[in-house]
Design a protein around this ligand. Sequence first.
Ligand code: SF4
Ligand code: SF4
Ligand code: SF4
Length: 350
Amino acid sequence: MLVSRVLEIGEAGPVAALQGFLAGLMQASGAPCLLAPAVVQPGVVSPQVMAAGADLSRVNPLLPLMHANAGAMLRATMEQATGFPVVAVLRPCEVRAAVELAKQGKLDLSKLILVGVDCLSTYDPDYWRRGNELHAGSPDWLVDEALALARTGQVRTDGYRLACELCDRPSADYRAADVLVGLVGVANQETILILADETRDARWRLQALTDRQATERETVDREVTLWRLGERRKEAAAARLESLGLADAYPGVIMGYMRKCTLCGECIDACPQWSEELRAAVGRGKEAFLQALLNATQRLASCSGCGMCQVHCPEGIPLSAIQRALSQQIQQRMHYIAGRDVHEPLPWSV
Ligand code: SF4
Ligand code: SF4
Ligand code: SF4
């Protein structure tokens, strides 16, 4: 059974409340380090590793900007960690990537505490830059805007990264993350929900790290709003794929978009799921790369939908939409939901 608790937001605001919770979780679990989104320069948030007792004031899991999939960084973090468990604060698509990597034997989830934060969506850097000129360079306006939309499960019609426009799973599954941070459908100007199953709740003494048990109404409001948000997103995603001519994932349309590809390989380096074969195919020319991409559709059942391939593509190819079109076909055919539960077997051979 999931235990739902409330973290009251004090005057210092939601980011400070979360920083305090994470410091407490590290202490309660004996974690030697934390991997979490941190502000490295204005407008740039990147997953950073911080040792226990370090200053967490740069940690900001709420700033809705994303430049890397932390799921992909977990392997390196685990190799360098001096002890376990490592606490990893992840967006839902990063949790999905971590689960899929674990299924491939590339990550040991027993050495991790996955903290899945409800996603506020992430924004196109240009939207952030334009808004910043109006808001005197403070990123707080974007956090405030995103939290207000999350409260009622609304979505913007512009400003998001394409991958987020197409994403209908704005929360990590409770079977995938160890601790969930609830923001969607929550009165998030005053409270944040912290959810975990009974065993984990007791093991990490979450009662002591939070302020009170959530009411049934608070828990249900989040569930209902997440469902509504997911439905809105599904509709929006279908319309967006249609507008890009990708609703049916015809190879000819995909080839058309890929005409601009220069074989730089940046998309592959940014992705937690690509295979070595695809990496090798880049070196054999465009025909081989495109053929390998289309042949890799089975593997795309594991696509987390993070869109980092597109973020890193210098040619601006809508890779998020191409991957979504391909992966949703294969996932539907295989009755598979990526990153939902580490105990569900992969539908393709490693
Ligand atoms: S792809 Fe989904 S989970 Fe990932 S940042 Fe965008 S909205 Fe959030
Ligand atoms: S293919 Fe793109 S969207 Fe899918 S996991 Fe890789 S980087 Fe993310
Ligand atoms: S990042 Fe873009 S240009 Fe580079 S290999 Fe990938 S699709 Fe081609």
